[in-house]
Design a protein around this ligand. Structure first.
Ligand code: C5P
Length: 202
C-alpha cells in the first residue's frame, strides 16, 4: 500500500510544519490543502466571481499568490470552505494527489475523514487555544503585522467555530487518528512524537 499520511487539525496547531517535515523525511510529495481554499477565497473576494466558479477554474498560478498566507485569506478560505459546491470542485484534485504511486502527505481539516479515509496513517494535531494564539501572534509580529493577542485569539476562535460547526466536512478527527497535542511541544518534539507513532504502526 502506498504510504499516505493524513494530517488534520485546527490552525496554528503545528500541522503544516509537521507535514513538511514528515514529507521531507520520507521523501513524499506534500499538499497543503488549506492553500486551495485560501486561493479560492481570496480570488473570489478580489474578483467578485462566485466561489464555486473560481474553484472549478483554479490554476497553479493562483497557488503562488504571496497574499495567501495572510489572515484575510484564512478568513476568506474558511467562508468558501463551508460551501459544498466548492468542496466538491476541489475534491478530485486532492484525491488524485493522494493516489500518486509514491504515496503522499496531505494536511488540512478533512484529509483523514473525507479525502483519504483509507489512509494507513492519520494524525490529528491539536493544541490549546492559548498556545495556538501565542504562536500565531509571534508569527504575525515576526512578519511585521501590527496586532494584539486578544484579537488573534478572537479571530482564531471565529474560524475554529466556522470550521467545526459547518455541515460540509467539518473539522473532526477520524476515529482511527492518532491525537497529538502540541501545546507543550516545539516542532522537533512534535516531529519525534509523530515519527514514533508511524514507526509503531510499522
Ligand atoms: O489550514 P489553513 O489555515 O490554511 O486553512 C484555511 C481554511 O481552509 C480553514 O480555516 C478551513 O476553513 C479551510 N480548509 C478546509 N478543508 C481543508 C483545508 C482547509 O475546509 N482540508
Amino acid at each position: 500500500m502506498a504510504p499516505i499520511i493524513a494530517i488534520d487539525g485546527p490552525s496554528a496547531a503545528g500541522k503544516g510544519t509537521l507535514a513538511r517535515r514528515l514529507a521531507a523525511h520520507f521523501g513524499l510529495p506534500h499538499l497543503d490543502t488549506g492553500l486551495l481554499y485560501r486561493a479560492v477565497g481570496l480570488k473570489a473576494e478580489q474578483t467578485g466571481r462566485p466561489p464555486e466558479e473560481v474553484a472549478a477554474g483554479l490554476e497553479p498560478a493562483d497557488l503562488g499568490n504571496p497574499e495567501l498566507r495572510t489572515d484575510v485569506a484564512g478568513q476568506a478560505a474558511s467562508k468558501v470552505a463551508a460551501l459544498p459546491e466548492v468542496r466538491a470542485k476541489l475534491l478530485d484534485f486532492q484525491k488524485k494527489f493522494a493516489s500518486q504511486a509514491s504515496g503522499a502527505v496531505l494536511d488540512g481539516r478533512d484529509v483523514g475523514t473525507v479525502i483519504c479515509p483509507g489512509a494507513p496513517i492519520k494524525l490529528f494535531v491539536t493544541a490549546s487555544a492559548e498556545a495556538r494564539a501565542e504562536r500565531r501572534y509571534r508569527e504575525l509580529r515576526a512578519k511585521g503585522v501590527d496586532t494584539i493577542k486578544p484579537r488573534v485569539l478572537a479571530e482564531m476562535a471565529e474560524r475554529d467555530r466556522r470550521d467545526s460547526e459547518r455541515a460540509a466536512a467539518p473539522l473532526k478527527a477520524a476515529p482511527d487518528a492518532f491525537h497529538l497535542d502540541t501545546s507543550d511541544m516545539d516542532a522537533d518534539a512534535a516531529f519525534a512524537a509523530a515519527l514514533a507513532f508511524i514507526e509503531r504502526k510499522g
